[in-house]
Design a protein around this ligand. Structure first.
Ligand code: NDP
Length: 242
């Protein structure tokens, strides 16, 4: 599957940047998306078959246009990784509702946008894979994570629903649900109390979080299975995380 086009959203840092490295090394043409293309362009990649576009996943028209350009250059998208996401921790009694909206727009609407863009051609040609990056916060609750948990439980629900809708067309929808990892995710949190709580919780696992490269390996594992096999979900976390 190395000649097939792979699209990764949120490729400018964290898990997405690791996925870009993994699939670039495998030789796949890539479309890498993020709102900071200069960060993607600074990644240690062979850019020969790599298209970089500045795309906000909540802007469906821009998302579609970038995918149209990449498909014109490299053929149909064979894998879309809906990885872009934000986590703005906060106590629901006082958090600014604008932060809830940002999480729901990015983590839920962004994923739906991506699926609606690629799935018509995938179902038509009877092949292709979508992997949505959820979170363990899509399966269990965490204090100070109300809207984030809502968005990631949403990702679980919508992913399983769409999987059932497209499976008869030989198209796979799968999820990776990671535990805590030190990426740029926490740098956007505005609530100092929530950050302090996170720091204390991190100590319960000896301060050891997941290395983002293992999330990229989980994504590659799902993709590299034969098309007739769907590893529907991988939950992956530091061993000491509760
Ligand atoms: P990072 O903050 O390092 O990366 C998030 C990426 O998403 C960035 O590349 C960012 O790029 C992009 N992004 C954010 N908003 C938008 C948007 N509106 N449109 C396009 N791109 C956007 O965090 P992670 O790598 O940790 O997060 C990746 C995914 O993993 C997220 O879905 C997150 O919820 C999930 N996750 C993370 C965990 C963790 O502990 N780190 C644990 C479980 C799940 P840019 O700013 O350039 O647009």
């Amino acid at each position: 599957m190395k000649n097939h086009l792979i699209v990764i959203t949120g490729a400018s840092s964290g898990f997405g940047a690791e996925m870009a490295k993994t699939f670039n090394a495998a030789g796949n043409p890539l479309l890498l998306l993020g709102r900071r293309p200069e960060k993607i362009e600074a990644l240690p990649l062979n850019f020969e078959n790599v298209m970089v576009r500045s795309v906000d996943v909540t802007d469906k028209a821009a998302f579609q246009a970038a995918i149209d350009d990449a498909q014109a250059a490299y053929g149909p998208v064979d894998l879309l990784v809906n990885n872009a996401g934000v986590m703005l921790l906060g106590n629901v009694l006082k958090q600014d509702p604008a932060e809830w909206q940002t999480m729901l727009d990015t983590n839920v609407m962004g994923v739906l946008n991506g699926m609606q863009i690629v799935l018509p051609q995938m179902t038509e040609r009877q092949g292709g894979t979508v992997i949505n990056i959820s979170s363990l916060a899509g399966k269990k609750t965490f204090v100070n994570h109300a809207a984030y948990v809502a968005s990631k439980f949403g990702v679980h629900g919508l992913s399983e629903t769409v999987r059932e809708e497209v499976s008869r067309h030989n198209v796979r929808v799968a999820m990776v649900a990671p535990g805590a990892a030190e990426t740029e995710l926490l740098t956007h949190v505005t609530d100092d109390g929530a950050l302090k709580d996170y720091g204390a919780w991190k100590q319960t696992m000896g301060g050891l979080t997941l290395d983002p490269k293992h999330v990229a390996e989980a994504v590659a594992f799902i993709y590299n299975m034969p098309q007739e096999v769907n590893v529907r979900e991988i939950d992956i976390a530091a061993t000491r995380q509760d």
